[in-house]
Design a binder for this molecule. Structure first.
Ligand code: 5AD
Ligand code: FES
Length: 364
């Protein structure tokens, strides 16, 4: 179907309503998603860019991703670093390694460091606190984001007190039955949600999000995710296509598409005009121009990899992951030119959520 083809009247009405009100009925969301075509997508992206520009101008924020351990106590069915994957060569970075990544990242204008890893209990609560404190002491103008899974409220509080600013924990799916089909039985949606609300109550800027087109996922599930996110009101929302990993039980499943992820970015931008929405690596993996298309549909964050090249190809959550051979500086300049080509520009700043900054001003 061609992009300049006339948009269906019903679809236009739904998008206009979503643009005005930030919400649709579950039935209209389902119809909008299931009835999408090129003309619907380009109209949605056009509207999403209006909201994006109102809130962020032409700025895209950079986050430096440091994948510091691929040990994981969990066994999520879809994930390449699940504990039962014997083919995964495991590694851990030391505090010195991590600080080295930050030093390189700072010189490359990164002002947010995202420490991501499996749920690796070899780092004690105190180890993580110490690492966070070291980064914040050395780089007081930077934000530290943690993305290391489900913990107790007490642990989250310790890390917040050590200086962590943000926490990423995707809910993956808001449907408890689908959640159970994608995870081992020790993991529950209820606990995931408990973690997200604890993080919010403590004062973190919180990121949630879901995998799209994971096995068994239907449009109704995605609509549930939208209503869940509306209730949670996270500062960040990360979404991306499911991509199979060869050493997991889902190895033969079909991957998700860039097309649906890009469409959902547009919907999220209209629902959450001031949210930070990354154009993710999974999106760039499934389509070479996926991240650029994501930005043009409302995404406003990119997360180039700062992990040392020696470990890059070991942090494989899914097959075909891009950038595993590139130095931090290469990823950084590659991202910058990609963003410039979309007409946006990279900011040298922490890139806090506008809503969060507003709350801080009100308090002081
Ligand atoms: N395909 C796509 N995304 C995945 N993730 C984990 N495994 C996969 C996969 N096979 C995503 C999850 C997780 C994030 C760190 O990566 O959503 O929260
Ligand atoms: Fe650790 Fe998936 S197995 S996050």
């Amino acid at each position: 179907m061609s992009a300049n083809m006339q948009i269906d009247t019903q679809q236009r009405k739904r998008i206009d309503e979503l643009f005005e009100n930030g919400i649709l009925s579950a039935e209209d969301f389902r119809a909008l998603i299931d009835g999408r075509d090129e003309s619907t997508s380009s109209y949605l992206a056009e509207k999403a860019r209006i909201r994006q520009k109102e809130n962020f101008g032409n700025t895209v924020y950079l986050r430096g991703l440091i994948e510091f351990t691929n040990y994981c106590r969990n066994d999520c069915i879809y994930c390449g670093i699940r504990r039962s994957n014997r083919n995964c060569e495991r590694y851990r970075l030391t505090e010195a390694d991590i600080l080295d990544c930050c030093e390189k990242g700072y010189a490359l204008d990164f002002r947010t460091f995202v420490l991501q890893g499996g749920e690796d209990m070899a780092y004690s609560d105190e180890d993580i606190s110490r690492i966070v404190r070291s980064i914040k002491t050395k780089y007081p103008d930077c934000a530290v984001t943690l993305s290391i899974g489900e913990r107790s409220k007490e642990t989250y509080q310790k890390w917040f007190d050590a200086g962590a600013d943000r926490y990423l924990l995707r809910h993956e799916t808001a449907d408890p039955d689908l959640y159970a089909q994608l995870h081992p039985k020790e993991l529950t949606l209820a606990n995931r949600i408990r973690c997200l609300y604890d993080l919010k109550a403590i004062g973190y800027q919180v990121g949630a999000g879901m995998m799209l087109q994971a096995p068994f996922q239907r449009t109704e599930h995605i609509v549930k995710d939208l209503f869940f996110l509306r209730e949670l009101q996270p500062e960040m929302i990360g979404i991306g296509p499911f991509i199979p990993h060869q050493d997991t039980p889902f190895r033969d499943r079909e991957a998700g598409t860039a097309e649906l992820t890009i469409f959902m970015i547009g919907i999220l931008r209209l629902m959450f005009p001031d949210a930070l929405i990354p154009a993710t690596t999974a999106l760039g993996t499934i389509d070479p121009t996926g991240r650029e298309q994501g930005i043009l549909a409302g995404a406003n964050v990119v997360m180039p990899n700062l992990s040392p090249t020696g470990v890059r190809d070991k942090y494989l959550l899914y097959d075909g992951k891009i950038c595993t051979g590139d130095e931090a500086a290469e990823c950084r300049s590659c991202m910058e030119s990609r963003i410039m080509l979309t007409g946006y520009q990279v900011a040298v700043s922490r890139g806090d959520s506008p809503r969060f900054l507003h709350d801080i001003l009100q308090e002081s």
